[in-house]
Design a protein around this ligand. Sequence first.
Ligand SMILES: Nc1ncnc2c1ncn2[C@@H]1O[C@H](COP(=O)(O)OP(=O)(O)O)[C@@H](O)[C@H]1O
Ligand SMILES: [Mg+2]
Length: 400
Amino acid sequence: MSAVENPVTFAVAIVEADAHRRQSLVRQLGDDLGTASFASLRALEAQLNPDASAVVVLGPSCAPATELEQVGWMARTWPDVGVILVVEELSTTVLQQAMRAGVRDVLATPDRAQLTWAVAQVADTLTGATGPPTTLAPPSGDAVGELTTVFSTKGGSGTSVVATNLAVTLARRSSGTVALVDADLQFGDVAVMLETRLEHTIADAATAGERLDAPLLRSLMVRHDPSGLLVLPAPVEPALAEKISADDIRRIVEVLRSFCDHIVVDTASRFDDVALALLDQSDGIILVSGMEVPGVKNLKLGVQTLRLLDTPASKLKLVLVRSNAKVQMEVRDIERALALKADVVVPNDSVVPESLNRCVPVVIGAPRSPVARAFEALGDAFLPGVEPVKRRRTMFSRRG
Ligand SMILES: Nc1ncnc2c1ncn2[C@@H]1O[C@H](COP(=O)(O)OP(=O)(O)O)[C@@H](O)[C@H]1O
Ligand SMILES: [Mg+2]
């Protein structure tokens, strides 16, 4: 269903005095709903159209009683405005005051999925709204996230570069939750590539055993702020790798599927138990290879192994990464050798090592580069590039 058939009929306003927090709320909600942000309630009121349908998301600076009184007044004056309050910690006092002021929902440090879901729920109750906007997907408890494993039969092929850029692309496009798991258990470098904090790792998720559920796993993951991607990093010490079994990986993936829409897994270039468990569970497998003869020969063995494991060819995607080697095979010769069509050919470009040194994925740091375009094209196979949402009404009058 396209956005044109089901247009968004409300807008989202964010109110928060602290610029940093305001920005992070804007990032969480994205700007495809006509999101506007304001430093104060007064600034919002000055811009509000009286007949508008709007969801107002208030940041923690609006939680004090005096601010909430103002909110009460606003809720009475603009009946088709639904207010959500985001706080850092929920106390019964704030909850009571918020409810008295007509706030529809109070959320304590919600993640993107929780917040967008709450906005969709409130939007649904507005008279101007025809239904939840098409760009918002609920983080349904019974969601079955799509698992994509990025695999190569030869280290240094560009597997982690493909996995991180694909995951970031999907996270930026999706209104749902996208996760990246680093299952290169000995030498995983996803956390370094994305410069995310390293508090917990996949080893903690494995140690949790049967206790692992969605809230616990979510709390072990770290958010890549520029994209909203949730990252489960590899263990900090190579020795921890052997403590993580294929069963642990299966359980982690199962829990991830319950709250993520897309899960991308980066792997070590080995057919070990962990890789086999992942490949077996995957909805899609991205095979990454360079274009020199030895690499392609290894990949041919890999493809044969996957066939022996009854992996349907429809699950496989082939990503070829051009090296700067003088002698390379032609794409069509590789396709013939593997009996697989190349889905994407990634050019050899210095933007890749540069992006690794800056810890900024190419799709963010060099979005116009041919390499970034190749990753965007790969993303299209999972989530087509999102068209701008057509809006029927805006809540903000253009004055002055
Ligand atoms: N398209 C590309 N152009 C230039 N260099 C690349 C490209 N893709 C990967 N590389 C380089 O190859 C090296 C290995 O990439 P990486 O993703 O870590 O491989 P793997 O995970 O398969 O071991 C990195 O140093 C990276 O800079
Ligand atoms: Mg790697």
